[in-house]
Design a protein around this ligand. Sequence first.
Ligand SMILES: Nc1ncnc2c1ncn2[C@@H]1O[C@H](COP(=O)(O)OP(=O)(O)OP(=O)(O)O)[C@@H](O)[C@H]1O
Ligand SMILES: [Mg+2]
Length: 145
Amino acid sequence: MATTTLRELVTESAAQTEAAGERLARCLGRGDLVLLEGELGAGKTTLVRGLARGMGCRGEVMSPTFQLVRIYPGPVPLAHVDLYRVERTSELCELGLEDLLEDGAAVVEWGDRLEGFRTAWVVIEALDLNRRRLRLQEAPASWSW
Ligand SMILES: Nc1ncnc2c1ncn2[C@@H]1O[C@H](COP(=O)(O)OP(=O)(O)OP(=O)(O)O)[C@@H](O)[C@H]1O
Ligand SMILES: [Mg+2]
């Protein structure tokens, strides 16, 4: 891997981003919320796939574009939220994020649209076709890649 610091990591393939998610999952527990920021195709869903695997969750990880939220069952269930199509704040309320966080952890694509919640905030930046910079912008001190 080209660059690794505690808070910043450059991956060179989707598999590496997935593996980074798998490692980050060790930091995640019930009540934790991870917001993902990154352009279309940045690798948000890819990272979630790794998180779910690292948490031992079952189910195929796909962007919940038409469902708003998908829940992957496991020891600590992971709620996968995608706010791409959400325009009204009332829809955000319907999400019931607090309830989801009582049951498990949650990861939110287009999480920058969610105001007032912020446990951890990951920014994914495409450097070129296959390289992505993953940045733990805000996260508990013990979290790392
Ligand atoms: N280093 C990398 N990390 C992650 N994905 C990569 C990387 N290099 C190439 N890719 C490709 O980029 C795409 C990322 O797609 P993904 O669905 O994860 O993005 P997304 O941010 O969820 O997009 P959307 O905004 O549409 O939800 C995949 O096709 C993946 O194979
Ligand atoms: Mg996605």
